[in-house]
Ligand binder design. Structure first.
Ligand SMILES: [Zn+2]
Ligand SMILES: [Zn+2]
Length: 86
């Protein structure tokens, strides 16, 4: 049986910058420095809303996307929805 924990650890080793960016978002949310917004595509606020990074070197510059739009964006392999100049 494959442990999901092992796969997580492998992912962390392979993507240290992404992992640290997610940790930074989690910490900022806990401290109230970052507020979760609605999905920027469909405006959904319920269910799982993910922080999406356009640039992992800017860990707190995130875009909020619901699970399905987040998956869609990554499935497209590029920025499917366009970028607002922030
Ligand atoms: Zn959405
Ligand atoms: Zn993403």
């Amino acid at each position: 049986m494959i442990k999901s924990e092992g796969r997580q650890a492998d992912w962390r080793r392979a993507n240290p910058e992404k992992y640290l960016a997610h940790v930074a978002v989690g910490a900022a949310l806990t401290r109230g420095e970052l507020i979760k917004g609605p999905c920027e595509v469909c405006g959904r606020t319920q269910g799982r809303i993910d922080a999406h990074h356009d640039d992992y070197s800017k860990p707190l510059e995130v875009r909020w996307l619901c699970r399905s739009h987040h998956n869609q964006l990554h499935a497209a392999g590029e920025d499917l929805f366009g970028k607002e100049a922030a």
